[in-house]
Structure formats: structure tokens, C-alpha cells
Design a protein around this ligand. Structure first.
Ligand code: FES
Length: 121
């Protein structure tokens, strides 16, 4: 596992999310009240880009598409949310944010439009 530089802490204002490329791994950094979380850039529900659909209020991340939400402090699932948020550990050193990345975290999604990939095999 390696700590990879992601961004400056000031790149992500309070209660916002921003997407970054950390040495080839796309991730989103969330600033919730001055603390940070880093996680894959898509919603675990239906792959919505969280940089666009995510809203942070009162330490809670909500995907505005179907209102799945997570407590960013405890990472517990709230309301009707059915999948946990996968996260990378984050540390802040001298105003810079680093994420502990072993391999890219991904979610498994059900194939909703049939198994088109098999068509070409
Ligand atoms: S895509 Fe995010 S809640 Fe459905």
C-alpha cells in the first residue's frame, strides 16, 4: 500500500466533493466540516458521478439521484441505502491530502440492460 498525493486541502472547500486522479486512480475527496474522506467517484447504487450528484450537509453525503446517504463520520448507511461506501484512508500533511491506495476500489453493479458483452464473444 502506498500513500499517494491527491490534492491540496484547500482544493476541496468545506461541504463539497471534488474528483481527482491520484496517480491513475480516480477518486472523490469530500470535505465534511474540515475533515476528509476519499472514495470511488461513482455512487454505489447506479454509478452516478458523485462529484455531480453528491451533496454534503451535517456530515452526511447524499446522492441526489435516489437519496442514498452515508454518515461520513461513522460511514454508516442511512435511510434506504443498501450498499456501504468504500473508502480510502486519508491523511493530511502540511496542507496536502494523501490517500492510502492498494488497488482501485470498485463496486459491483447489476447489469440492467442485458448482458451485451456476451454478444461479441
Ligand atoms: S445513483 Fe446514487 S442514489 Fe441512486
Amino acid at each position: 500500500m502506498t500513500w499517494k498525493y491527491v490534492c491540496s486541502a484547500t482544493d476541496v472547500p468545506k461541504n463539497t466533493l471534488k474528483q481527482f486522479d491520484a496517480d491513475g486512480i480516480m477518486l472523490v475527496v469530500a470535505n465534511y466540516g474540515g475533515r476528509f474522506r476519499a472514495f470511488p467517484p461513482v455512487c454505489p447504487h447506479m454509478e452516478e458521478p458523485l462529484e455531480e450528484s453528491g451533496i454534503i450537509a451535517n456530515c452526511v453525503l447524499t446522492c441526489s439521484k435516489h437519496l442514498w446517504s452515508w454518515d461520513l463520520g461513522t460511514l454508516s448507511m442511512l435511510g434506504e441505502t443498501e450498499k456501504p461506501l468504500k473508502t480510502y484512508d486519508v491523511k493530511e500533511e502540511e496542507g496536502k491530502l494523501f490517500a492510502l491506495i492498494d488497488k482501485e476500489l470498485v463496486y459491483e453493479f447489476e447489469n440492467s440492460d442485458g448482458d451485451d458483452d456476451d454478444f461479441f464473444k
